[in-house]
Design a protein around this ligand. Structure first.
Ligand SMILES: C[S@@+](CC[C@H](N)C(=O)[O-])C[C@H]1O[C@@H](n2cnc3c(N)ncnc32)[C@H](O)[C@@H]1O
Length: 280
């Protein structure tokens, strides 16, 4: 399929899946390749025939939806975000959790990819913060709709390229080198619960202290779906909890319930009237 044909097809199909075409402009080639492969698999001759197939087979929209998942991620993605989490956000949230009498800091990584995001946080907590908060453990629920990335997350073996941004001392401590693969040591997997979930259908039970929803809802979903999910996410957060978006994302304009906290790093906080816990 030629690029113009694929562009026209995606501009037609994505809104029907409640997704935004502009988000796919730069990454369309991988989606187009998958659509091409799918058309070969079905034995349909071209994009018009595939559109007719979609018309006649409502279930095919589910297949197409899955072909549109962009799964790119890496450890310590957007270093400034993790530095802000380490230096400011997590210590405040941890203190807040302790004052509430909690023994766990609860985190949700929504659209967690192959585990890069939740495992970065698990390693960060264990290496930098656990000793400051010995009474508190971290409990990370990581969800993703894609069975392939979930399999990779469970496997937790990565090539160097995925890990190259991670501070070297963390990498040396948390991974064992097996051939060309960096394998996450089991103790860093224990605090991460992986769930295959489509965020449009289900989400893990809150309340959470921290939600990472980066490079999924607020990039690919249309405005109505963003608003619906924002409400559900905010409802699943403690007062004073934090929501982190992707570095190029923003909240939908009509979104309510959150205030900017660390604006440059796209960190928002529920209930801005909060008074900081003592000693932070
Ligand atoms: C671009 S990756 C972002 C990964 C990570 N959050 C990050 O920022 O590096 C988006 C992830 O969202 C997942 N995803 C796409 N649609 C989803 C849905 N409806 N529900 C849950 N996860 C979804 C994809 O499988 C992919 O792993």
């Amino acid at each position: 399929m030629k690029d113009e044909q694929c562009v026209r097809f995606l501009q037609w199909a994505l809104p029907q899946l409640h997704m935004r075409w502009p988000a796919f402009r730069k990454v369309r080639k991988q989606v187009c390749k998958r659509v091409d492969a799918r058309m070969r698999e079905l034995g349909v001759a071209g994009i018009d025939e595939y559109k007719a197939y979609l018309h006649d087979h409502a279930d095919e929209w589910i297949q197409l939806d899955a072909l549109c998942r962009i799964t790119i991620s890496r450890f310590y993605r957007d270093q400034g975000v993790f530095a802000t989490l380490q230096d400011s956000v997590l210590p405040i949230l941890a203190q807040q959790a302790l004052e509430r009498g909690a023994t766990q800091l609860r985190v949700w990584s929504a659209g967690c990819g192959s585990g890069e995001e939740p495992y970065t946080l698990a390693v960060l907590w264990a290496t930098e913060l656990q000793s400051q908060f010995p009474e508190l453990s971290i409990d990370i629920v990581a969800t993703d709709a894609d069975p392939n990335v979930m399999r990779r997350a469970r496997d937790a073996r990565y090539k160097f390229g995925t890990l190259k941004n991670l501070p070297e001392s963390w990498r040396d401590r948390a991974f064992a080198l097996e051939g060309e693969n960096y394998c996450l040591k089991p103790e860093y997997k224990l605090c991460v619960q992986l769930l295959e979930q489509d965020i449009r259908q289900e989400q893990p039970e809150g309340p959470f202290d921290l939600v990472l929803c980066r490079n999924l809802v607020f990039t690919y979903f249309d405005e109505a779906l963003q608003l619906e999910h924002l409400k559900r996410i905010v409802d699943a957060m403690h007062d004073g909890a934090a929501l982190v978006l992707g570095i190029h994302e923003k909240l939908p304009e009509k979104g309510r319930g959150l205030a900017k906290w660390f604006d440059e790093q796209r960190v928002y906080r529920k209930n801005s009237g909060i008074v900081e816990p003592k000693g932070v």
